[in-house]
Design a protein around this ligand. Structure first.
Ligand code: AAT
Length: 282
């Protein structure tokens, strides 16, 4: 018998991956956690039945959420990652020697435990000495922080369940406070394509532009997320994601990447007209 993982992307659209075998299934205090092996996408992680990452395409998401801000902000030392218990964002961050400290705030200890065991491709750097793991709700964690982080990466689930608070005005305001003068926040910003996702994306955008003087949206192609067209938000106090992009420094670093490069950095901020209109509407 064939086994398929199916995610409902809209009431009328599903996305399915043929599964070789189920690797893990468990229920944590916060969500249901599943891991599957597939021929096409390798091993993949779902939370409450929603796709979080696959071995095959996670590089796109993690490179774009990390390398874009890291090549705009100068001399990043302290980083806060909220969510991202799979470790993919941390894996990309530890490639920068300037970074002295990474606080990873993941609400669900079970996600980290399971990813360490079954997803070494992303979790491989969670034991780096610069990384401190905090099992806490990101919304609460940032409340008490002031002028502490050069970069905040919001690598969260979608705006329902435990991730809901990470799309609120209160949260963005507290991230602003937690950042240093040169600081920026980057978040996974949902998809513009299907109307239900676009509404969440617009709501997040409105709240971010109300909280930060500079804010731009950029895009990437992520095959296993709804519609495959995904957005990220870059919001900062002083640094502009294109004007302050340091392409020379990026090239000097000689980091090997599979998606991100200097042309993609600039090009990712060029948005289709319908997306621009959705963002202007808010
Ligand atoms: N790196 C790509 C994978 C993710 S996982 C997002 C993580 O955020 C999950 O491990 C989840 O447990 C954690 N999380 C959810 N809410 C909170 C919270 N309030 N505080 C801290 N961590 C939280 C992102 C997938 C994006 C999916 C896009 N469709």
């Amino acid at each position: 018998m064939e086994l398929w993982f199916t995610e409902q992307h809209t009431d009328n659209v599903t996305f399915s991956i043929k599964v070789d075998r189920q690797v893990y299934s468990g229920q944590s205090e916060f969500q249901r956690i599943d891991l599957f092996d597939s021929l096409e996408f390798g091993r993949f992680l779902t939370l409450d039945g929603y796709m979080m990452l696959t071995e095959k395409d996670e590089f796109i998401y993690h490179e774009m959420i990390v390398h874009v801000p890291m090549n705009v902000l100068p001399d990043v030392k302290n980083v806060l990652v909220i969510g991202g218990g799979d470790g993919g964002a941390v894996r990309e961050l530890v490639r920068y020697p300037s970074i002295e400290k990474i606080d990873l705030v993941e609400i669900d200890a079970k996600v980290i435990e399971v990813c360490k065991k079954y997803l070494p491709q992303t979790a491989c750097k969670l034991d780096d000495p610069r990384v401190s793991i905090h099992y806490a709700d990101g919304l609460k964690f940032v409340r008490s922080k002031k002028n502490e982080y050069d970069l905040i990466i919001v690598d969260s689930t979608d705006p329902f369940g435990p991730g809901e608070g990470l799309f609120t005005k209160e949260f963005y305001g507290n991230c602003f406070k937690a950042l240093t003068e040169k600081g920026a926040m980057v978040n996974q910003h949902e998809s513009p394509f299907y109307p239900k996702d676009a509404v969440a994306m617009q709501r997040a955008h409105k709240r971010i532009i109300d909280s930060f003087p500079i804010s731009r949206v950029y895009q990437a192609h992520i095959p296993t997320y709804p519609s495959g067209h995904w957005l990220f938000g870059f919001a900062s106090k002083n640094y502009h994601p294109i004007e302050n992009f340091d392409a020379v420094a990026w090239k000097k670093r000689e980091l090997k990447t599979n998606y991100y490069n200097d042309k993609i950095h600039v090009g990712a901020f060029a948005l289709p007209n319908y997306v621009k209109e959705l963002l202007e509407e808010v």
